[in-house]
Design a protein around this ligand. Structure first.
Ligand SMILES: [Mn+2]
Length: 344
């Protein structure tokens, strides 16, 4: 075994399109995360250096924990006062291929952009809008930042500190500090290259993951006592509501950490988190440790996501919804057991 090599992604068509565009607009999905934001900012800084006219416009406000990336200096927000949208050669939208997650911005961009492409690593939904023609979707990439890295290399742009910080953020965030690397060496190798340009990796880890406030710990103490388990501790379900979140001074972004925390339970194969945003309106988040897919469950409710991390906005009565979701998850668990049984 020698030194590991990157397994390069073929982003040639994207690189060609970027090269021939003079004006480029960058965006990501609403309620942006460290991956979409990092992937976007890396390209933003890189393209600025190349002398192109580049603009970054997000749908909605950036969560507080990303302040260290100075989004307010580089990004505009569609839901806040922003300069008018001008005619643009190329728009790149990171970390989603579902235009609904970019609306109302996506619709506003359409008449002004010659070409809008998604740059993403989520599977295309079976039921949902088609990604635009020419979009780059590579589900083997553990983060969208990984794709941005190959685009920058393809463009011949030198990595500098700001680019490295953005790419490192993207990779650290989506791999959850290398927990989810899709069995590829790329996340580690690209992160290692970025470490040569930054000296604040541990600070980035803290910004991304050590975000608990005193209020949040009190909140966790309350809600973790309310977890329900099914199938001998293999499936967990938890309901939060928006009001409890706000009472503890938390925002929507904090509900994500709760399900990730659940997944550390050793017997668990899958978890479902219901966040009640309004009476009988829930944001459902699903996670799996990889033995069973949960994307199909999300899709059954018009949602989407990854094979092992997915979500949907659903309406209905909680006990009823919970029963349905738990059953779908338990069925998948049985299927996973059966197919493994047949193999061995
Ligand atoms: Mn991502």
């Amino acid at each position: 075994m020698g030194t590991p090599n990157l397994s390069a992604l073929n982003v040639d068509s994207l690189v060609r399109r970027i090269r021939s565009a003079n004006s480029i607009l960058l965006s990501t999905h609403k309620q942006c995360d460290g991956d979409g934001l990092g992937a976007l900012l890396a390209l933003y800084h890189g393209l600025r250096k190349s002398g192109k006219k580049v603009r970054a416009l997000l749908v909605d406000a950036v969560p507080k924990k990303y302040t260290f990336l100075e989004p307010e200096r580089h990004l505009e927000v569609f839901e806040a006062p922003h300069a008018p949208i001008e005619d643009t050669d190329l728009t790149l939208i990171f970390d989603t291929n579902d235009r609904r997650l970019v609306d109302p911005l996506f619709t506003a961009l359409q008449p002004h952009c010659r070409e809008i492409l998604f740059v993403d690593h989520h599977p295309v939904l079976n039921q949902g809008p088609e990604p635009t023609a020419g979009s780059f979707i590579e589900t083997r990439a553990a983060s969208t930042g990984e794709i941005s890295y190959f685009i920058l290399k393809g463009l011949g742009i030198r990595i500098d500190e700001r680019i490295a910080q953005a790419l490192y953020t993207s990779i650290a965030f989506d791999t959850q500090l290398f927990k989810f690397v899709k069995n590829s060496v790329n996340s580690h190798l690209i992160a290692a290259e970025m470490l040569m340009h930054i000296n604040n990796a541990e600070e980035i880890h803290r910004h991304l993951f050590s975000t608990h406030t005193v209020g949040k710990v009190a909140f966790l103490a309350k809600v973790l006592g309310e977890i329900e388990y099914f199938g001998n501790g293999q499936v967990a379900v938890l309901k939060l509501n928006d009001k409890t979140l706000r009472e503890h001074g938390l925002d929507m972004d904090d509900s994500r950490d709760v399900i990730d925390m659940l997944m550390n339970v050793n017997t668990l194969q899958a978890a479902a988190l219901f966040r009640e945003d309004a009476p009988n309106e829930y944001k459902l988040s699903l996670r799996s440790k990889g033995r069973m897919e949960v994307l199909g469950v999300a899709e059954a409710f018009q949602g989407g996501g990854h094979m092992f991390a997915a979500g949907a906005y659903i309406r209905g009565e909680y006990t009823d919804l919970k029963e349905k979701i738990v059953q779908l998850l338990l069925d998948r668990l049985d299927d996973a057991h059966e197919s493994r049984g047949q193999k061995s």
